[in-house]
Design a protein around this ligand. Structure first.
Ligand code: PEP
Ligand code: MN
Length: 337
C-alpha cells in the first residue's frame, strides 16, 4: 500500500505516520516528490487498516498496490531513479552507452578496446572476467586477473567498469574491482546471488532471463531492492523465440513497459539480443527511440579472434559510426549522448 500525503502535510506529520506504521512491524519506503510525499509500506503478511491510516493528520488517501513487486514499482516511487556511477548518471536525461568486449582476454585487448570506445563517446566499459558459457570446454574468463585488468583500464581511461558476478561468494571480490555488478541472464533467478548483490552497496545491472516474463524480471529486481540496495538497472537483452536468424529476439516493448511499471533505469543489449553485428546499429536505434536509458554494446578490435561472442561484436570503427548515428535520435528525444 502507499500513503499519499496532502500537498500541505508537514514533515512532522509524515514522521509521525512512519513511526506508527513501523511500530506495527511494516517496512517503509519514503519517496519525497516535488509536490507530494508518498510513503510506501511493504507488508509483513498482515492486512493494514486503511481507514485508520486515512484518519491520520496529513494523509490525503491510501492506495493499495496489487502488483507483486513493490519497491520496484512506479506506484511506490513515482519519479525516475537515476543511478550515479563515477561521473556518469544512468536513468537521467543523458543516454549512457556501456561498451567493451564480451570477455576480458588480455591486458592489451582490453586497453585497446577501452581507449577506442572512450574515443567514440562510450561512458562505461564492460568486459567479463567470470563467463557463463554453455559449454564447459569454452573459455571461462580470466577470473581475478580479468578483474585486475578491468581496474587497470578504468585507471587509465577513467571509464567506470561493469562486469558479471556469477556466485554469491564472489560478490565481495568482484565488488572490490567493479563499479557495477552484472547479473547475467542465466542467473536472473538465482535468488542467493540476488540477495548477495542486494547486500552489497554497488549498483547492479540485472539482465532479463532468456525465458523470463517482465514480472519475473521485476520480482528479481525486488529481491535486490528488498535487501537494501536501491541501485538496480534493468536490462532487456532479448528473449528466446521460435526465430533462429537471430540469437534471441529483442523485446522492444519491454523498454517502455518497464519504464511504465518501474522507476528503475532500463538499458537494452542489442548484441546478445541479435547475435549479429550487422543488426546492432538498427536495433540500437529502435531501443533508444523506445525510451531506453542506455545501451550495452559488445566491441572487439578483432572480432574474428574473439574468445567469446565475436559474431556480435562491433569493430571500433563501426561502433564510432553507430554512436554518431545515434546522436540525431537522442536530440529528437530531448536527450543527449
Ligand atoms: C554478457 O553480457 O556477455 C552475457 C553473458 O550476457 P547474457 O547474460 O545476457 O547472456
Ligand atoms: Mn557476451
Amino acid at each position: 500500500m502507499v500513503v499519499v500525503m496532502r500537498p500541505d502535510a508537514t514533515c512532522a506529520q509524515t514522521a509521525q505516520i512512519i513511526s506508527r506504521i513501523e511500530g506495527w512491524g511494516y517496512r517503509i519506503h519514503l519517496s519525497e516528490g516535488e509536490e507530494r510525499t508518498i510513503i510506501g509500506i511493504v507488508g509483513n503478511g498482515r492486512p493494514l487498516d486503511r481507514g485508520q491510516i486515512e484518519r491520520m493528520a496529513g494523509v490525503e488517501r491510501t492506495v493499495p498496490i496489487l502488483r507483486p513487486f513493490k519497491l520496484a514499482s512506479r506506484d511506490f516511487h513515482p519519479q525516475d531513479t537515476a543511478i550515479r556511477v563515477g561521473n556518469v548518471t544512468i536513468g537521467g536525461p543523458n543516454l549512457v552507452v556501456i561498451a567493451g568486449p564480451c570477455s576480458v582476454e588480455s591486458r592489451e585487448q582490453l586497453l585497446e578496446t577501452a581507449w577506442a570506445v572512450r574515443e567514440a563517446g562510450a561512458h562505461m566499459l564492460r568486459g567479463g572476467a567470470f563467463k557463463p558459457r554453455s559449454s564447459p570446454y569454452s573459455f571461462q574468463g580470466l577470473g581475478e586477473e580479468g578483474l585486475r585488468i578491468l581496474a587497470a583500464a578504468r585507471e587509465a581511461t577513467g571509464l567506470p567498469v561493469v562486469t558479471e558476478v556469477m556466485e554469491p561468494d564472489l560478490v565481495p571480490l568482484v565488488a572490490s574491482y567493479a563499479d557495477v555488478l552484472q547479473i547475467g541472464a542465466r542467473n536472473m533467478q538465482n535468488y542467493a546471488l540476488l540477495r548477495a548483490v542486494g547486500e552489497s552497496r554497488q549498483p547492479v545491472l540485472l539482465k532479463r532471463g532468456m525465458m523470463a516474463t517482465i514480472e519475473e524480471l521485476l520480482m528479481a529486481a525486488e529481491y535486490i531492492l528488498s535487501q537494501g540496495n536501491d541501485q538496480v538497472i534493468l536490462c532487456e537483452r532479448g528473449i528466446r523465440s521460435f526465430e533462429t536468424y537471430t540469437r534471441n529476439t529483442l523485446d522492444v516493448s519491454a523498454v517502455p513497459l518497464l519504464k511504465q511499471l518501474s522507476h528503475l533505469p532500463v538499458v537494452a543489449d542489442p548484441s546478445h539480443a541479435t547475435g549479429k553485428w550487422e543488426l546492432i546499429e538498427p536495433v540500437s536505434r529502435a531501443a533508444v527511440a523506445a525510451g531506453a536509458d542506455g545501451l550495452l554494446i559488445e566491441v572487439h578490435p578483432r572480432p574474428q579472434e574473439a574468445l567469446s561472442d565475436g559474431a556480435q561484436s562491433l569493430k571500433p570503427a563501426r561502433f564510432t559510426a553507430m554512436m554518431q548515428g545515434l546522436r540525431p535520435i537522442t536530440q529528437v528525444l530531448g536527450r543527449s549522448l
